[in-house]
Design a protein around this ligand. Structure first.
Ligand code: IMP
Length: 496
């Protein structure tokens, strides 16, 4: 007979935290949100740690290079989506690794023989009004001039006019030498009243542009997640089919950590993938997703450096409806965390676990951590921000952004949802949707982290480890859920 669990499976909103004694040592300013990302031995430190317990989902509509840069600058990490060509994914990883605070690789470039029409078209496409003119039209060619909107008048100049006739030529440009610091670049910008300073090497090849308007944005961020060479840290999603080609390209591009991305990770294909990578490379690899002790142990024994937990809880996910598989996210985390703790006791090896999907309120992050997760992965949360790759669309008086699942037809991510053979996806496991537009990542994340720290402070925990060890959770009845929101009052309209 089939095995039937005696307990129901539960999700985050069915739990609340009971406060513990708050003392001076756990006021919000004293809370450390650092957490391990990959496995480590008792008494040692994890070789890769996050400064905040948050990563962004391996999704086309979430984790590209711009989001990865913004999140790593705030202390978290993105896994660049794998449902794209190997070379374009590797290029995104490269862009994050090359990023230098305040130094922008020019993405609007033309040659001297381009025309005003090309300038206007490029400006409309990229939205950038500063265009670098290089010998080969690339971002790293020999710099021959610069064009801004001050160099031409659309109403007067013929569209066929050649760029070399109206650009500011190199001889008249103020440039910085490769190797100068951001504050030196900024001094030159102020001294010469510039809007943009190109940075070139000794052969006049262009490397970066530094913009006056960016300076305040790029002052050092204390949480920034950096590798030993002071480059931002970035991860990348992989699948269990083309790893022999994809992994070397990602490693070569500089990916710090990989994660096998699947809605059901309890499979022999994940084991094969892990074993292959472990035999050839030195890069840490996470695996998943699983929802129970058995799935967790299988991936750990196959060599996973962390394990991702969650099936069916994602906001765009219809796996439970389509396939009838899944488990409440809270129950999944609690069971896997207890397996992880037992494994640690037995072997002295700590395997971090990631709670993936279904975070709706900021306090759900603290619940997931209190239940034993070491960090959380979120998709919907990040899709709402300027830095996510999707379109911002006007809706009523406000804006929304597009957000679609990796199992939707739109993402056509065959590898994630098939069973390891060469069959096409026969049905969808995700939807295509909108989420409310919310502005800049750093502003929103700051509010979220303030709330996370306030909750941890109430729980008497100065670290995530303390929270995992001492938090007290209670189940709530459906009537007390109603009591938790504003009730029995007439709410006023919000004034903005
Ligand atoms: P969210 O933060 O609740 O939006 O959940 C994001 C998570 O949903 C991702 O990290 C994936 O684990 C999962 N996911 C992404 N796309 C799909 C899909 O199409 N179907 C089911 N789950 C998905």
């Amino acid at each position: 007979m089939a095995y039937i669990y005696s307990d129901v499976s539960r999700t985050f909103s069915e739990y609340l935290l009971i406060p513990n004694l708050t003392t001076e040592k756990c006021t919000p300013n004293n809370i450390d949100l650092g957490t391990p990302l990959v496995k480590y031995k008792k008494g040692e430190e994890s070789s890769l740690k996050l400064n905040i317990p948050i990563v962004s989902a391996i999704m086309q509509s979430v984790s590209n290079d711009t989001l990865a840069i913004a999140l790593a600058r705030c202390g978290g990490l993105s896994f660049i989506y794998g449902s794209q060509a190997i070379e374009s994914q590797a290029e995104m990883v490269r862009k994050v690794k090359k990023y230098k605070s305040g130094f922008v690789v020019s993405d609007s470039n033309l040659t001297v023989n381009s025309t005003l029409k090309d300038v206007i078209e490029l400006k409309n496409k990229t939205g950038h009004s500063t265009i670098a003119i290089t010998d080969d039209g690339t971002s790293s060619g020999k710099l021959l001039g610069l064009i801004t909107t001050r160099d031409y008048r659309i109403s007067r100049d013929p569209l066929g006019r050649k760029v070399h006739e109206f650009m500011t030529p190199f001889s008249k440009l103020v440039v910085g030498n490769l190797g100068i610091s951001l504050s030196e670049a900024n001094d030159i910008i102020w001294e010469h009243k510039l809007n943009c300073l190109p940075i070139v090497d000794e052969n006049q090849n262009l490397h970066y542009l530094v913009f006056r308007k960016d300076y305040d944005d790029h002052k050092q961020n204390p949480y920034e997640l950096l590798d030993n060479n002071k480059r931002l840290v970035v991860g990348a999603g992989i699948n269990s089919r083309d790893y022999e080609e994809r992994v070397p390209a990602l490693v070569e591009a500089g990916a710090d950590v990989l994660c096998i991305d699947s809605s059901d990770g309890f499979s022999v294909w994940q084991k094969n993938t892990l074993e292959h990578i472990k035999s050839k490379y030195n890069v840490p690899v996470g695996a998943g997703n699983v929802v129970d002790r058995e799935g967790f142990m299988y991936l750990v024994e196959a060599g996973a450096d962390f394990v991702k937990v969650g099936i069916g809880g994602g906001s765009i996910c219809i796996t439970r409806e389509q396939k009838g598989i899944g488990r409440g996210q809270a129950t999944s985390i609690i069971e896997v965390a207890s397996a992880r703790d037992e494994y640690f006791k037995r072997t002295g090896i700590y395997i971090p676990i990631c709670s993936d999907g279904g975070i709706v309120h900021d306090y759900h992050i603290v619940l997931a951590l209190a239940m034993g997760a070491d960090f959380v992965m979120m998709g919907r949360y990040f899709a709402r921000f300027d830095e996510s790759p999707t379109k911002k669309v006007k809706s009523g008086n406000g804006y929304v952004k597009e957000y679609w699942g990796e199992g939707s037809n739109r993402a056509r991510n065959w590898q994630r949802y098939d069973l390891g053979e060469n069959q096409n996806m026969k049905f969808e496991e995700g939807v295509d949707s909108y989420v409310p537009y919310a502005g800049k990542l750093s502003d929103n994340l700051e509010t979220t982290l303030n709330k996370v720290k306030a909750t941890m402070s109430s729980c008497g925990s100065a670290t995530i480890r303390e929270l995992q060890e001492t938090a007290r959770l209670t189940l709530v009845s459906s009537t007390s859920i109603i009591e938790g929101g504003a009730h029995d009052v007439i709410l006023k309209e919000k004034e903005y």
